[in-house]
Design a protein around this ligand. Structure first.
Ligand SMILES: Cc1ncc(COP(=O)(O)O)c(C=O)c1O
Length: 499
């Protein structure tokens, strides 16, 4: 198939298909891989089909499509919900659209060739097609523990049917397994009734925003720079984002004084601050919070009467020896705080970690410290969507209960897992070093997650040139970088970062 040639319709150069880091963010890890990806011959047909699906056929001109517009549309941008207009999503924003890219950022590792974990996929395959379990020769194809796990899972799925709706909170037996996994991780008990299985972490975040935000007078404290899911969902639900700034000079430190300052400012403006979002390990900053800092955050939320929304989707992605992941629930319980002391929601996802199963849309939130009445309302919200998808539910149970020492799959599983994590760590370090070796660029040390957030020190002339075309300096730079090199990066200003 020939590439479309009309650049007025599909303004692409072959090198523009290469995709991108959030400039700034973790796709940063992927830049080099992407370059290789884009030159691989085998991938060319993929690129072409991607292109042809994104671009109108060359025979259709922009003028033609305008001529097809009806005179008056019933729905216009002026008449849609203004909250939709207000909502921005930097990782899929203007620069990304301009580039017509093949998405390689937003933490989507399997799109770049990362293999799924064999054990997880074996169990999924057997659950989805249970008659395989009755076939002779099944033991030659699947590991014994994958077969046993699939049988256990099928036993807890009503009708053994992955094509059936489930309980709106998720299949009880899978929630039992997740609660057991959380207890094992934290050393504190977890209750399956606290688990709400969701299609990835994003719908869980939306659900909590929907629950907490009553009007624009309700505020949510969010880190800046932040993952745009938060600003977008706060905007969609009509609330106010109350920013708190992570301190780049202390490795993206989260200072309690800063939280307090921003809380007081918001309150003085009549905003009722309802919750604090903490992303740990951080996206897009890659920092891992120290235990002491987490304790201060727990106390802050308790003293100020805030819900702690703990985004813990990168809990497996830690690359430094002196830091480890502690869930906020573990920290709160270890401080002696029980369920009644602190409303706390922990978000987890199958999209990140070493599993990277983004397209399977699995995740959960563990909701603690809410009254039974409020819990019922959360259940009602969950039931509006009937249930989350069953493959995602199964995967969530697997990531929280991977093979253990002694299981047949354990060794090969561990080789796969460590291979992925060490590759992520190696690429993070390589990128960090590369950024720091560039003139005019500095970058904090990466500790976890999948992201780097470098700082560009742009000369005054470049800043003036950006101003002249009414662009943020980093957006201007990103555009120039794309045009000059084909590398797409998302400007840091999209993450709310101050210049
Ligand atoms: C910090 C953070 N939270 C939540 C999500 C949402 O992930 P998903 O909806 O795929 O679980 C992401 C995705 O990149 C993320 O980086």
């Amino acid at each position: 198939m020939a590439l479309p040639s009309d650049r007025s319709i599909c303004p692409l150069r072959r090198e523009e298909y290469i995709l991108s880091p959030h400039f700034v963010s973790y796709s940063a890890f992927w830049v080099f891989a992407l370059r290789r990806f884009a030159t691989g011959r085998a991938k060319d047909s993929l690129l072409v089909s991607e292109l042809s699906s994104r671009c109108p056929p060359p025979s259709l001109t922009v003028a033609d499509s305008a001529a097809m517009e009806p005179a008056a549309r019933v729905v216009t941008v002026e008449s849609i919900n203004p909250k939709v207009l207000q909502c921005e999503y930097a990782v899929r924003g203007e620069i990304v659209i301009h580039a017509q890219i093949l998405y390689c950022n937003i933490g989507n590792p399997q799109s770049l060739g990362q293999h799924p974990i064999t054990f997880f996929r074996e169990v999924l395959a057997l659950c989805d097609h249970p008659s395989l379990l009755d076939k002779t020769g099944i033991h030659a194809l699947f590991s014994a523990d994958a077969i046993a796990r699939a049988q256990q899972i099928l036993d807890v799925i009503p009708g053994k049917a992955t094509g059936a709706y489930s309980h709106s909170q998720g299949i009880k037996g899978l929630r039992d397994a997740i609660a057991a996994g959380i207890s094992y991780r934290d050393g504190f008990p977890a209750n399956p009734d606290d688990i709400f299985l969701t299609d990835g972490a994003s719908p869980a975040v939306h659900m909590m925003m929907q629950l907490l935000i009553r009007s624009e007078k309700d505020g949510i404290l969010c880190p800046i720079p932040q993952y745009p899911l938060y600003s977008a969902s706060i905007a969609l639900h009509g609330g106010s984002l109350v920013p708190y700034y992570l301190d780049e000079s202390t490795g993206w430190g989260l200072e309690i004084a800063e939280l307090k300052k921003q809380l007081d400012v918001a309150r003085s403006k009549g905003v009722t601050v309802r919750a604090l979002v903490v992303i740990n390990p951080g996206n897009p900053t890659g920092q891992v919070l120290a235990e002491e800092n987490q304790k201060q955050i727990v106390d802050f939320c308790k003293n100020e009467g805030l819900v702690l929304l703990a985004d813990e989707v990168y809990q497996e992605n830690i690359y430094v020896d002196d830091k480890k992941f502690n869930s906020f629930k573990k920290i709160a319980r270890s401080m002696g705080y029980g369920d009644e002391d602190l409303p706390l929601v922990s978000f987890q996802s199958v999209s990140k970690g070493y599993y990277g199963e983004c397209g399977k849309r699995g995740g959960y939130m563990e909701v603690t410290g809410f009254s039974a009445e409020v819990r019922e309302q959360i259940y009602k919200l969950a039931s509006v969507n009937l249930c989350s998808n069953i493959s995602g539910q199964i995967l969530a149970s697997l990531v929280m209960n991977p093979p253990k020492i002694g299981d047949e799959s354990y060794e090969s599983f561990n080789v796969e897992k460590q291979g992925i994590l060490s590759s992520l760590a190696r690429r993070a370090k390589a990128l960090q070093d590369a950024f720091n070796s560039l003139e005019g660029v500095t970058c904090n040390k990466t500790e976890g997650a999948m992201y780097l957030f470098p700082r560009l020190h742009l000369p005054n002339k470049a800043i003036q040139a950006a101003k002249a075309v009414n662009a943020a300096p980093d957006a201007f730079y990103a555009r120039r970088l794309l045009d000059a090199t084909g590398i797409v990066v998302v400007p840091g200003s999209g993450f709310g970062q101050a210049s």
